[in-house]
Design a protein around this ligand. Structure first.
Ligand code: IMP
Length: 173
């Protein structure tokens, strides 16, 4: 059994996302943007953020295989690739959480072959204390401690993605 504590409330998420949207609009004035959402965890964040931005935004998705339960295996494979063309376009990778940094590191290299005009990175959460590879993050929602979180897109064994807040999972309580 386990228990869920609220770590970041729905209200806190909403106001932080409004600020991130403003920053992105400042940086991409008049430009089209491609949001590349990394499935499945980024989906809730991506749609809420996109709705607050007035630029034209194309949606692309990729799914990677890298994480089993609570432990990162370290190995990354592309399970689902982008379907559209991003050549010459301005891409923002949308992540739920940057942990070791391996996923973003992989993506930044992988996407080069598609020749986008630019790639930036945006994550709802960052756990800097877990970083194994220093990756550039352009937009960060919240920085958190080294603890396992769920909700607002993030799962524990595929559950809890639809919680409207970010919770802290506590085992054995
Ligand atoms: P990284 O490659 O180690 O940076 O891992 C990033 C991925 O690990 C995220 O996109 C999540 O899918 C998963 N992940 C890392 N920490 C958590 C967590 O606390 N809760 C849920 N998923 C997590």
């Amino acid at each position: 059994m386990g228990k869920i504590d609220v770590l970041i409330s729905e209200k806190q998420i909403e106001s932080r996302i409004a600020k991130l949207a403003d920053e992105i609009m400042q940086d991409y004035k008049g430009k089209e943007i491609v949001f590349l959402g990394i499935l499945k965890g980024s989906i809730v964040f991506m749609t809420d953020l996109a709705k607050k931005i007035k630029n034209d935004i194309e949606f692309e998705f990729m799914q990677l295989q890298s994480y089993e339960g609570e432990n990162s295996t370290g190995k990354i494979e592309v399970k689902q690739d982008i379907t559209g063309r991003i050549e010459g376009k301005d891409v923002i990778i949308i992540e739920d959480i940057v942990d070791t940094g391996r996923t973003l590191e992989f993506l930044l290299q992988y996407l080069e072959k598609f020749k986008p005009n630019s790639i930036k990175t945006c994550t709802l959460l960052s756990k800097p204390s877990r970083r194994e590879i220093e990756v550039p993050i352009d937009y960060t929602g919240f920085t958190i401690e080294n603890e396992f979180v769920i909700g607002y897109g993030m799962d524990y064994n595929q559950k809890y993605r639809n919680l409207p807040y970010i919770g802290r999972w506590r085992e054995n309580v």
